[in-house]
Each structure stands twice: as C-alpha cells, then as structure tokens.
Design a protein around this ligand. Structure first.
Ligand SMILES: *Cc1c(COP(=O)(O)O)cnc(C)c1O
Length: 422
C-alpha cells in the first residue's frame, strides 16, 4: 500500500521495499503494547534518513579528527544543547550507539575489570547491562544483584543498602526494564553516598516521562544518567549519557575514543528533533496521558481477574503475572500476537518458570498513547487481552481472529505518527 513512499528503494530493491511496506502495515494495524517501543514522528523519521549518514566525524563539536564538519558540528551541538535544556543537566553526550554501549561506556569511565558493580537482577526487572552474568558487564566485572520484595513486588531499599555496604561496589545502577513503579532516586543516592559508589540512573524506559514531568527526575541525585532515545522519549534508536561537569571528561573519553568510532550523525539529527518535540507542551500532555492510560489499563486488567506485579503501575508499564492462570507467558504472548496485540513474554519476580518460558507478559502504553487512544479505550484493551488469554487456554483460533478484526478496526481510526494512512 505504501511502497510508493520509498520510490528509489522500490526500484532498486523491490524485495527489501516489500518488507518495509509490510512492516508499515503491521505497525499500522496492530495494537503495539511493548513498553520499550513507540512511533517516532514523521519529522524524526525524515531527520534519521538524511545525507548526514555520509559523514565521518570522530571527536566532538569543534574537536574533530576529520574536516568538513561545518554542518555536523551544528547538528550535534544543537542536540547537546536541547538535551541539557530538557533534562537540566550540565553535560550531555549524544553519541552512544544505543543503550547497551552507553552503559558500557559508564563502566569504562569509572571501573576496572574485576571491580564489583551492583544492579537489579534481570529476572527482577533489571537490565542485562547492570552486571548480569551473560552480559559482558557481568563477566568482565563482578556483578552483585538486588531485587524486589516477595510480598509487595517493590524494590527492597533495606536490602539494597545492606548489600551496598557489604560489597562497596564501584558502580550502582538503578532503573530497569520491567519496573512498574516510581524509582526513589533520593533513597538510592543516600545508599550510594554511604557505600562510596558512583550512582547511575538508567532511565531508558522512562526518559520521556521524566522529560514530560510524569516521573521524578534523577538529575539532582545521581552521578550519571544513562538513557536510550527510542522508548518513551520517542526518538530514533540511540542513547545519551548526561552528568555534572565533574564527570564530563570521563564520560566523553569513554564514549570516544574509549568505546566507539564515528558517531551516527543521522541519528544525532533525529535525536535533536525528538528533543525539540519533547520540549513542547504537547509532549508534557503526552507523558501524563501515557501514565493515565497505564493506570486505567491496570485497573481494567485487575477487574478482569489478572494479577499484576506490585498490584498496578505508577508509570507506562504493567507486568501481568499469569502464574495463577492456565496459560504461561510465552503461549499468551504468541496468542495475543495472533490477535493483533503485540506484547513480550517476561519473567516475573520469583518466577517458578524458566526465563525462556516465563510466567509473565509485559505491556505498556507509550505506543497506543502516541496514536491518541485514551483512558476510555482501556477497558476494551483489557477485555481483548482477557479474551485472548482465554482463547489461548482453549486453543480457540477463531476467537483470536475475531479479536484481530476488532483491533484492526479501532487502529484504523487512530492513525500512527510517521506511518501512511491505512
Ligand atoms: C532498553 C534498555 C537498555 C538497552 O538499550 P538498547 O538500546 O537495547 O541497547 C538499557 N537499559 C535499560 C534499563 C533499558 O530498558
């Protein structure tokens, strides 16, 4: 339907063009609930596909190893200024290729191989790069891990403090990929101060909520803020590291030349545009609507008899615990996909099942909010999820197909940013 949007691609490589066109249809027709995904605006999409792609620019604005940087320097300087203004930080590095390399740069800046580092355990909602074993950060460093309380599903700050004082880690990471509740950055700061640790807030998931004032900011409490740019912040796939002036040199040196070569200038341009968009009043409204939608969806899921980790949400994310249902996470996720509802299966804290076949489903509201869905639609979304899980338990493919038709119908009424009208 939309292959003509990319005429050069269509004529040079029709096979590849057909895959892109099919993805446009998929993204337009489905209800996308993966909490780390979003729809970038048409402006971000255009900026990310420019001739800035053609330029090498190792170094930083005004200090490059290649000539011809007249325009590139302005692009990167603009992205940096916008990041500083939006988040209220002294220093921003917009070059990390993605969230994982951004975090690796933090290790390079502040730790030596073998040093002890501390983060939330992956199955509790942490990220691989917070010292988990299968990640380079867990094999080159000695990772020690904290979790949530079994009774509340909330971070156990007393246990975090005990572990930090016993281990005195070089780095403490707070933040994660499956945390439905507000992070108490001040509490982490107190613990890091007592333990003599560098504190890193990894706000990859919630950066857009912070920018829009819908989640407290870590900036006054932590040494380094690490974030991706492509989740709630609604920019291109990339990342940023932000810090006070005292850490600026260490962070910049770690990103380049420590870890990376030339920055992806087309991505930097897309980040600049996304930061501009995130500074508008409409984005503040967006961030608050994401949270309102998540709370409404959580309430509707509870009414449908689902268990939610921590009993609900404060942010954009909901972790459904299917331990009490007949259907484990993976089977539910695959059935939901057939119903046109895209989620991911996920471990829940203290999961009795294996990580590749866990008990949870992780969902979130950033994408549906970008399409303009609001709280009044959330009971319907919860109903679709309940019917899909039910259909999965009964192996009822016809029910899933019927839900898919309903989903496609509603989505047609809420066109997605950056996508052709379906
Ligand atoms: C998504 C995420 C990352 C990693 O980002 P990638 O761009 O996928 O490498 C790091 N930390 C947290 C908390 C994340 O949610």
């Amino acid at each position: 339907m939309s292959a003509s949007r990319h005429p050069a691609l269509l004529s040079t490589d029709p096979e590849l063009a057909s895959f892109v066109a099919a993805e446009e249809v998929l993204q337009a027709q489905t209800l996308r609930l993966i909490p780390s995904e979003n729809y970038v605006s048409a402006a971000v999409l255009e900026a990310s596909g420019t001739v800035l792609q053609n330029k090498y620019s190792e170094g930083y604005p005004g200090r490059r190893y290649y000539e011809g940087q007249q325009n590139i320097d302005r692009v990167e300087a603009l992205a940096i200024e916008r990041a500083k203004g939006l988040f209220g930080v002294d220093h921003a590095n917009v070059q990390p290729y993605s969230g994982s390399p951004a975090n690796l740069a933090v290790y390079l800046a502040f730790a030596k191989p073998g040093d002890t580092v501390m983060g939330m355990a992956l199955p509790m909602g942490g990220h691989l790069t917070h010292g988990w074993g299968v990640s380079a950060t867990g094999s080159w460093f000695r990772g020690v891990q904290y979790g949530v309380r079994a009774d509340t599903g909330l971070i156990d700050y007393d246990a975090v403090r005990d572990l930090a004082l016993a281990e005195r880690p070089k780095l403490i990471f707070c933040g994660g990929t499956a945390l439905p509740r507000t992070i108490d950055f001040a509490a982490f700061a107190e613990i890091a101060r007592e333990a003599g640790s560098i504190l890193v807030a990894d706000v990859a998931h919630i950066a857009g909520l912070i920018a829009g004032g819908a989640h407290p900011s870590p900036v006054d409490h932590v040494d380094v803020v690490s974030t991706t740019t492509h989740k709630t912040l609604r920019g291109p796939r990339g990342a940023m590291l932000m810090c006070r002036e005292e850490h600026a040199k260490a962070i910049d040196k770690a990103v380049f030349p420590g870890l990376q070569g030339g920055p992806h200038n087309q991505t930097t341009a897309g980040i600049a545009v996304a930061l501009h968009e995130a500074a508008q009043p409409s984005f503040t409204a967006y961030a608050h609507q994401v949270v309102a939608n998540a709370k409404a969806l959580a309430a509707a899921l509870l009414q449908n008899g689902f268990d939610l980790v921590s009993g609900g949400t404060d942010n954009h994310l909901i972790l459904i615990d299917l331990t009490g249902k007949d259907v484990p996470g993976k089977i539910a996720a695959k059935a939901l996909d057939r119903a046109g509802i895209v989620v991911n299966y996920n471990t829940v804290p203290f999961d009795p099942r294996k990580p590749f076949d866990p008990s949870g489903v992780r969902i979130g509201t950033p994408s549906l909010t970008s399409r303009g869905l609001s709280t009044e639609h959330m009971p319907l979304v919860a109903d679709w999820i309940a019917r899909s899980v039910d259909a999965a338990a009964k192996g009822d493919e016809r029910a899933l197909a019927a839900i898919r038709a309903e989903v496609t119908d509603l989505m047609a009424a809420f066109p997605a940013p950056g996508l052709p009208l379906s």
